[in-house]
Design a protein around this ligand. Structure first.
Ligand SMILES: Nc1ncnc2c1ncn2[C@@H]1O[C@H](COP(=O)(O)OP(=O)(O)O)[C@@H](O)[C@H]1O
Ligand SMILES: N[C@@H](CC(=O)OP(=O)(O)O)C(=O)O
Length: 428
């Protein structure tokens, strides 16, 4: 069966946050997608994943989850009520059932259990809710669609909260079933979720639905993938921080991978590799202005039109000093890197001097305490939190001046193309 003309659309939390958002999504599918050969990947509604994380935290500490659960259910039921006013509609029963499963799941959580494993079994409900709603809503709009369970297709190991994809199995399963289903109509599935070979749920990392869509696009040799966002495309900065952004009409995979790596939250960093491998173009489009040109990310030569500004919030700067006035040696560095790798702590920036070594990393208090416990006998460790990491790609004098203005710099680094600095979050 030919898989040539399949397209993949991904809709994030913002594009399914309300009943009106679901209606808008259906219009986009009708106008820009079509009735067949389109795979739609959907994230949890609005901030549902955050709400589920909070519920999980309460359940883990044996606190009462009832009020939070009721609030989350109420949010979903309100949207449901607007989209499906008739009470006999099967979607109502389906959502009731899913919320009952979630309630049981939260009840079962024991305080000593493997937190990361339980996380995946719990936080995954957001996408199960949204995909069930979308499946029924599109069907009611006359858009024939199959709802598939992405946990049965995206196969991962049990690296909880950041499942590593088994590409061979995933490709085999996707190619076995989906081309046929895609000939018959649309296929709807959940972003963010994977499954292990013994039937447990995994997740692919926060905001990982872009990556899910790219995995399906890769396995189906898709013609293109489009991610529908609340911005006009890939911009040179996050408009939530910068009032004067410009859109890149076309940009290379390489440039975008680097932006995502440095923290441009518009695209999950793992998304680009599968697409670049098969040269599948990625369109970043606005669900608020679907006719807009958006951005095409492809195998092109990028001509720099504006420096890119990237901000990573909630950073922590940790410095390791030797205790005996000897220098930081390769052996010392080896010890530090081993501990970081064991604890899965990612380095966002690093720098060494004669007697100390510093890293900038995402602020995670639990992991930081474990790191200190592991290394405190060998190093003097100091840390600062509530920091921000700024990166300017393709910088010039004006962009550096702009970033430096009003900041007390804790650490600064530059290469030929990239300027980075760490400063306090309150220095704006
Ligand atoms: N360089 C950038 N270009 C466009 N948007 C950006 C950029 N950097 C960060 N963003 C932010 O990404 C947001 C969209 O991504 P995200 O919230 O993850 O979407 P969704 O969850 O709906 O998929 C925008 O609202 C914007 O604030
Ligand atoms: N719902 C998950 C996965 C995701 O990708 O969401 P979004 O597309 O809304 O960023 C999260 O919030 O992490």
């Amino acid at each position: 069966m030919s898989t040539e003309r399949i397209k993949v659309f991904k809709f994030g939390g913002a594009s399914v946050k309300s009943a009106e958002a679901f209606r808008n999504l259906a219009r986009i599918v009708q106008t820009h997608g079509g009735r067949q050969r389109l795979l739609v990947v959907v994230s949890a509604m609005g901030k549902t994943t955050n709400a589920l994380e909070a519920l999980l935290g309460q359940a883990y500490q044996q606190q009462d989850v009832a009020p939070g659960l009721a609030e989350l259910k109420e949010y979903h039921l309100q949207v449901l009520q607007e989209l499906f006013p008739e009470q006999e509609h099967p979607v109502h029963q389906r959502l009731e059932h899913l919320f009952e499963l979630l309630r049981h799941q939260l009840q079962r959580i024991a305080s000593g259990s493997n937190f990361d494993k339980v996380y995946d079994q719990t936080v995954s409900f957001g996408e199960l809710f949204s995909s069930a709603i979308l499946h029924h809503f599109l069907a009611d709009q006359g858009l024939v669609n199959h709802l598939i369970d992405s946990r049965k297709y995206i196969q991962t190991d049990n690296n909880w909260r950041e499942g590593r994809v088994d590409w061979t199995w995933t490709e085999r399963l996707v190619r076995r079933d989906l081309p046929q289903l895609l000939q018959e109509g649309l296929v709807i599935t959940q972003g963010f979720l994977g499954g292990t070979n013994n039937g447990l749920t995994t997740t692919l990392g926060r905001e990982g639905s872009d990556y899910s869509a790219a995995i399906f696009a890769y396995c189906l040799d898709a013609e293109s993938m489009s991610i529908w966002k609340d911005v006009e495309g890939l911009l040179n900065a996050d408009p939530k921080y910068f009032p004067d952004t410009v859109r890149y009409p076309e940009i290379s995979y390489q440039e975008t991978i680097e932006m995502a790596y440095y923290g441009a939250s518009v695209i999950h960093p793992k998304t680009l590799k599968p697409l670049a491998t098969k040269k599948i173009p990625l369109y970043v489009k606005s669900f608020l202005n679907p006719e807009g040109e958006g951005t095409q990310i492809c195998d092109c030569r990028f001509v720099v039109t504006a420096p890119a500004y990237i901000i990573k919030e909630r950073q922590c700067l940790v410095s390791f000093g030797v205790k005996d006035f000897t220098f930081i040696s390769e052996k010392n560095l080896g010890t530090i890197f081993n501990a970081l790798s064991e604890l899965r702590i990612k380095i966002n920036l690093m720098q060494n001097s004669a007697i100390s070594f510093s890293i900038c990393t995402d602020d995670n208090p639990e992991k930081l305490q474990l790191l200190i416990q592991t290394l405190r006998d060998q190093f003097v460790i100091h840390y600062n939190t509530e920091l921000r990491l700024y990166t300017v790609k393709n910088y010039d004098a004006a962009s550096i001046n702009r970033i430096l203005q009003g900041k007390r710099v804790l650490l600064e680094q530059r290469t030929r193309t990239t300027f980075q600095l760490v400063c306090r979050s309150q220095d704006v």
